[in-house]
Design a protein around this ligand. Structure first.
Ligand code: AHR
Length: 307
């Protein structure tokens, strides 16, 4: 019996040592999208006996992410992964991870550091999402609209790229004009607050809203209703993510279109992490497949939505 216990204890130690320790630094919990992304990562790891997760929430602050990454390095984790809150300012900490021999996998958002400092990025093509939103709006408004824009977190990859993609399209329509643009930091409360200020300044001069995510659009919908206008009718709205809240708003006729940004990256991340440890090679960018949904499809598609 004693021998068996000693043996099984030894086995347990070896098995524990064999686990791949993944340190993951998440942006925060700013949106429905982010909650789904966190759940997807936690569930995928929980379902994989080879990986143990150390999870840290940065509350949308870069300094918290850098601190978490340094702590992962000090703990000697096997792989570090993070979704960078902003695009710049990562080179030093990435060099520290490289010097410690710890591979880094980026999820969701890119960094502007040298590619040699990370293994791969798995995430969406934000420029393409912005283009899809622009193309939908140009068609829906027959090439003529005063647009207000709610941008995501200042300096974040999705805010920079979605704006760029949207502008690539609307520049071909001289009568599509962005009359106000400001960051709502990807949150509902800020989206509402900024939309209130747009309405105060422009009132019924606003024909359309381009929101860099659904949460800000949902906040803006409240602001538009409180102002006495009808969201989705008086002001056409296109946003990005495709979360359930957006589908509910479309079913109610308050949102016109959402461009999908898939947060369910957990299973892909788990496969990449195991592959990295097993010495597999990866391309520097692994895209995620995405769709676009309009109001008329919302009811039919709603029950299939996974986030
Ligand atoms: O990086 C993805 C973006 O971050 C999502 O569009 C947004 O909702 C989230 O906060």
């Amino acid at each position: 019996m004693v021998i068996f216990l000693m043996f099984s204890g030894l086995f347990a130690t070896v098995a524990a040592q064999d686990k791949i320790v993944l340190g993951f630094s998440q942006v925060g919990a700013e949106s429905e999208w982010r909650t789904a992304n966190t759940e997807s990562i936690k569930n995928a790891v929980a379902n994989d006996p080879r990986i143990e997760l150390k999870f840290s929430d940065a509350q949308q602050k870069q300094q918290n992410q850098i601190k978490a990454i340094r702590s992962f390095i000090a703990q000697g984790v096997d792989v570090i992964s993070f979704s960078p809150v902003v695009q710049t300012g990562w080179t030093t900490v990435l060099e520290e991870a490289k010097a410690a021999g710890i591979p880094v996998v980026l999820t969701d958002r890119k960094v502007d550091s040298d590619e040699s400092l990370y293994v791969t990025l798995v995430g969406s093509d934000f420029v393409e999402e912005g283009r899809k939103a622009g193309a939908w709006l140009a068609q829906a408004m027959n090439g003529q609209a005063n647009i207000v824009e709610l941008q995501g977190t200042v300096g974040s990859a999705p805010a920079i790229d979605r704006k760029a993609g949207f502008e690539q399209i609307i520049q071909h329509f001289p009568n599509l004009k962005i009359i106000r643009t400001q960051s709502g930091d990807f949150t509902r409360s800020k989206g509402k607050e900024v939309m209130e200020s747009f309405l105060k300044a422009e009132g019924e001069n606003i024909d359309a809203l381009f929101s860099h995510n659904d949460d800000m659009a949902i906040g803006a919908i409240q602001a538009i209703e409180e102002y006495g206008l009808k969201p989705g009718e008086d002001i056409k709205i296109v946003s990005i993510d495709g979360v359930r809240g957006a589908f509910e708003a479309m079913i109610q006729g308050k949102l016109n279109c959402t461009v999908e940004c898939n947060p369910l990256l957990g299973p892909q991340l788990v496969e990449i992490v195991k592959g990295v440890v097993d010495g597999k090679e990866f391309p520097k960018y692994i895209p995620v497949k995405e769709n676009i949904y309009v109001q008329s499809q919302a009811k039919e598609v709603f029950s299939e939505r996974k986030y």
